[in-house]
Design a protein around this ligand. Structure first.
Ligand SMILES: [Fe+2]
Length: 226
C-alpha cells in the first residue's frame, strides 16, 4: 500500500526523469534529431518517443480505456525489441522511418505524461489499487527511460565527433552546471591479481551492460579508495 506522500514522490520521480530526457534532447537541431548515427544506435527522436510508448503500454495494461488513445501516427515504429507487442521494427531501420515526426513526438510525450500523472493520482483515491506489480511496472518504465538517457549520450558522443566545424557539435546543457568537487583524502589500495565476478545477477533493476554476470581475470592493480 502506498501513502499519499509516497505517491507524490512517485510523481516527482516520474516527472524528473521525463524532464531530464528533454534537457538532453533540447540542444539538438531538428535535422539531428532524426539521424541514426549507426545501426547500433537510435535516432534521438526515436529514443524520446520509444520511452513514452513504454509508459503508454503500462497505461494500456491497467486500463482498457487507454487502448483508444487518439494518435495521428503509427506507434509500431516505436517497438524494436518487445516481441509480446507484435510488429518489431528492425534496429537498423529506426533512422529510415522518421515517424512520429519530432513535433508529433513532443505532443505525444506531453499527452502521455498528463495521462500517466492522472492515472497515478486516480489510484490515490484507493491506495489498495497499488499492487506490487503496478509499482514494479512503473519503476521499470522510469528506469527504462534512465537507461535510454545513457544510450542517448552514447549516441550523441558517437555522432557529434564527426563535424568539421566544432560549433556544430552537441553541447549538453547540463555541462554548464559548475561541478562541486568534494575534498576527500587520496589513498590507494592494492588489489591482488585473480578471478573476479563482474556484472549483476539480482532481480532488481540493472543496466544492459551489467549483464550477464561473468568471471574475469584481472592483473594486480591499485585503486583509489574513494
Ligand atoms: Fe527501450
Amino acid at each position: 500500500m502506498q501513502t499519499s506522500l509516497q505517491i507524490e514522490g512517485l510523481i516527482k520521480e516520474f516527472m524528473d526523469v521525463r524532464n531530464t530526457t528533454l534537457e538532453l534532447f533540447s540542444p539538438l537541431d531538428i535535422e539531428d534529431a532524426v539521424i541514426q548515427s549507426s545501426d547500433f544506435g537510435s535516432p534521438p527522436n526515436w529514443h524520446i518517443a520509444h520511452v513514452t510508448w513504454f509508459f503508454h503500454k503500462i497505461l494500456e495494461k491497467y486500463s482498457k480505456s487507454y487502448n483508444n488513445y487518439d494518435d495521428d501516427f503509427n506507434l509500431s515504429y516505436l517497438n524494436s525489441y518487445y516481441q509480446k507487442y507484435g510488429s518489431i521494427l528492425k534496429k537498423s531501420d529506426r533512422g529510415r522511418y522518421p515517424r512520429p515526426t519530432v513535433m508529433q513526438t513532443i505532443k505525444y510525450r506531453k499527452e502521455i505524461e498528463k495521462l500517466f500523472v492522472d492515472f497515478i493520482k486516480l489510484r490515490t483515491k484507493d491506495p489498495k489499487d497499488y499492487s506490487d506489480e503496478l509499482i514494479l511496472d512503473i519503476y521499470t518504465a522510469i528506469n527504462h527511460e534512465r537507461q535510454h538517457q545513457e544510450l542517448m549520450i552514447y549516441d550523441f558522443q558517437y555522432y557529434y565527433n564527426r563535424f568539421l566545424d566544432d560549433s556544430d557539435n552537441y553541447v549538453p546543457r547540463k555541462a554548464n552546471v559548475p561541478l562541486v568537487v568534494e575534498q576527500v583524502p587520496k589513498e590507494m589500495i592494492h588489489i591482488d591479481s585473480g578471478i573476479f565476478l563482474l556484472g549483476y545477477n539480482g532481480k532488481e533493476f540493472c543496466y544492459d551492460n551489467e549483464l550477464p554476470e561473468n568471471k574475469v581475470y584481472l592483473n594486480k592493480y591499485k585503486i583509489d579508495t574513494n
